[in-house]
Structures are given as structure tokens and as C-alpha cells.
Design a protein around this ligand. Structure first.
Ligand SMILES: Cc1cc2nc3c(=O)[nH]c(=O)nc-3n(C[C@H](O)[C@H](O)[C@H](O)COP(=O)(O)OP(=O)(O)OC[C@H]3O[C@@H](n4cnc5c(N)ncnc54)[C@H](O)[C@@H]3O)c2cc1C
Length: 170
């Protein structure tokens, strides 16, 4: 029995896994997709996240790969609004007084590297298809790409769902 089953290896699930790995809490992490995203998606990292990465010893890797945001241009049709206020944002309050631009694909890669270095792998092509819970446990039904099913019993399931059938349980 896993203590925790993490469903979804986006930035949220990966960071959850990293924190559990640090605390030596047994867990499994699954994702229905074959690999992490290749898209930029959530592209800005804020100071609070950088502080957590610093505690994990990986902030330097984010700084190497990311770019400090000096300004943002909003372009609507031909009109450009230039907002230069983001440099030194939070100066005096944090070691990271800026917004760091880094594609979600790279954030996921760095968090996955951390997990792997701590002996955990994301189980890919593995989908949560149903779940139920008792007072003590969560019973999750997983299905892999080949259609093979596995029932997992865990103390906790961590996930997010837009499926109304799951929403009341996770
Ligand atoms: C096209 C697109 C563009 C975006 N652009 C931006 C942007 O410009 N800026 C910005 O800040 N944010 C953007 N976002 C939002 C950003 O991607 C999300 O805020 C971020 O991904 C949330 O991270 P997460 O880990 O919570 O969820 P996700 O990254 O969505 O990860 C959830 C994971 O769970 C897996 N999963 C879902 N259901 C199951 C299941 N039943 N079984 C197993 N695995 C499952 C999925 O495969 C996925 O990998 C964009 C999102 C999309 C889709």
C-alpha cells in the first residue's frame, strides 16, 4: 500500500512528489500522458516558488535556464502597453526580487530530475479511471496504455479533476 498516490505529473504533482521525497513519505506518482508537456504554458516563476526551490537546492538550475523579466508588453491589435515595473519586484523582502521566465516544460524537467535523483520515477501512460474511499483509505483504479488495470489502496490521493465524478473525492 502506498501512503500517497499522486495523480498528475504537472508542476503541482511533481513538486508534491519532491516534497514527499524530502520527507521520506512513500508515494507513487502517475500520469496518463506519455511524457511531460513540450509547451511553454505556465511561464512565470515567482519569488515564493524560487525560495522553495532554494530550500530544495535547485534554484541555481532555474536561474541558469530562466530569464529575469524586465518588462512586459501587452499587445492588443496595434496598441502596445509597456510595463517596466517587474525588475526588483519584492526587493528587500526576498532573495529573488524578480519574475523568472521559464517554460513549464523546463520546470517539469527540473522537478522530474529532482525526483529521479531521489529514487522516484513518474509512472507514465497510467490513468486514474475511478476511485472510492473508506474512512481509512482511498481505492483507486488505474489503467495503463495497454488496458491493464491495477487497484491501488492508498492513505491519501492527491490530485485535481474537472470530472464531476471525481471532484467530490479529490
Ligand atoms: C494550452 C495551455 C496554455 C497555457 N498557457 C499558460 C500561460 O501562458 N501562462 C500560465 O501561467 N499558465 C498557462 N497555462 C496553465 C498552466 O499550464 C497550468 O496552470 C499548470 O499546468 C497547472 O499545473 P498542474 O500541475 O496543476 O496541472 P497540469 O499541468 O495540467 O498537470 C496535470 C497532469 O495530470 C494528468 N492527469 C489528468 N487527469 C489524469 C488522470 N485521470 N490520470 C492520470 N493523470 C492525469 C495530466 O496528463 C497532466 O499531466 C496553460 C495551460 C494550457 C493547457
Amino acid at each position: 500500500m502506498a501512503d500517497v498516490l499522486i495523480v498528475g505529473a504537472g508542476p503541482t504533482g511533481l513538486l508534491m512528489g519532491c516534497q514527499l521525497a524530502i520527507q521520506n513519505v512513500p508515494f507513487r506518482i502517475i500520469d496518463k500522458n506519455e511524457d511531460h508537456t513540450t509547451q511553454s504554458r505556465a511561464i512565470v516563476i515567482h519569488a515564493a516558488s524560487m525560495e522553495i526551490f532554494s530550500q530544495m537546492g535547485i534554484s541555481a538550475r532555474f536561474l541558469e535556464q530562466g530569464k529575469r523579466v524586465a518588462a512586459i508588453n501587452f499587445i492588443i491589435r496595434d496598441k502596445v502597453s509597456h510595463i517596466p515595473l517587474f525588475s526588483e519586484y519584492g526587493a528587500g523582502l526576498t532573495q529573488y526580487p524578480f519574475f523568472l521566465a521559464l517554460e513549464q516544460s523546463k520546470t517539469e524537467r527540473l522537478l522530474q530530475d529532482f525526483l529521479e535523483q531521489h529514487g522516484h520515477v513518474v509512472e507514465r501512460n497510467m490513468e486514474l479511471v475511478s476511485l472510492s474511499q473508506t474512512q481509512e483509505n482511498v481505492h483507486a483504479l488505474l489503467r495503463n496504455k495497454e488496458g491493464k488495470e491495477e487497484e491501488v489502496i492508498a492513505k491519501w490521493l492527491v490530485g485535481y479533476s474537472v470530472n464531476p465524478g471525481f471532484a467530490k473525492l479529490v
